[in-house]
Design a protein around this ligand. Structure first.
Ligand SMILES: Cc1cc2nc3c(=O)[nH]c(=O)nc-3n(C[C@H](O)[C@H](O)[C@H](O)COP(=O)(O)O)c2cc1C
Length: 206
């Protein structure tokens, strides 16, 4: 089959686009607003884009407030930093809960039953239950041209200035033990995948 996204002529039960770009890592983004209210939300339009400096990005769609920004995007643009926490099998329900559409006055870390702990270098809090935290300084936002006025995606870039790794996921050889991380990723529809000992394989580069 072939279809043109703008014509929406796929003829399938659901838009297949995000079922094709898979698996997507989940950036579980914590931030704080100017009044000190904590915010947390998962973003699967998320990835690392460079090693030096280590840089990550996520893309936030239109929010429900008058400024049409999601709370994460507004907070980060105002306060200048965020933390990317890694979501795991253990925290999957809390991660999902934190995607609820709640007003900016709601602390979604507390709402999700999670523990906020201070960061070393940035104002945004970390999630104690996550095994890895990337402390990020906001670099810039890039707006994605939309088809209509309703489309409002903006990509937020951040430099990773501090990285916390729980010692329990490091091997004696000094490697990150992907089999122990229990990392989860986003697939299409309501589906997710978990990385475990059965799903990992290795290949030498030529
Ligand atoms: C696994 C998962 C991935 C998500 N990825 C995105 C995404 O990449 N971009 C986006 O705009 N919303 C995404 N969402 C929805 C947001 O998490 C949701 O709109 C949330 O309320 C935004 O919160 P905020 O306004 O506090 O930033 C995702 C939700 C889930 C459960």
């Amino acid at each position: 089959m072939f279809y043109e996204p703008k014509k929406k002529n796929h003829g399938l039960a659901k838009n297949p686009f995000n079922s094709l770009i898979v698996p997507r890592p989940i950036g579980w983004i914590s931030s704080v607003d100017a009044a000190g209210i904590h915010n947390l939300a998962p973003y699967s339009f998320f990835n690392a884009v460079s090693y030096q400096p280590p840089t990550v990005m996520f893309s936030a769609g239109a929010g429900a407030n008058d400024d049409r920004l999601k709370d994460s995007a507004r907070n980060i643009e105002q306060t200048g930093d965020f933390v990317c926490n890694l979501a795991t099998w253990e925290t999957r329900d809390a991660m999902n809960q934190s995607s609820v559409t709640a007003g900016p006055e709601v602390d979604e870390i507390a709402l999700s039953g999670l523990t906020a702990i201070p960061s070393q270098l940035v104002k945004a809090p970390r999630i104690a239950e996550a095994p890895v935290h990337l402390e990020c300084r906001y670099i810039k936002s890039v707006e994605v041209p939309g088809w209509t006025e309703a489309d409002n995606y903006r990509v937020i870039f951040g430099e990773v200035v501090g990285i916390h790794i729980d010692d329990s996921i490091l091997t004696d050889e000094g490697l990150v033990d992907i089999r122990k991380m229990g990392i989860i990723s986003r697939l299409g529809y309501n589906d997710y995948a978990r990385v475990d000992a059965d799903s990992v394989f290795s290949m030498e580069r030529p």
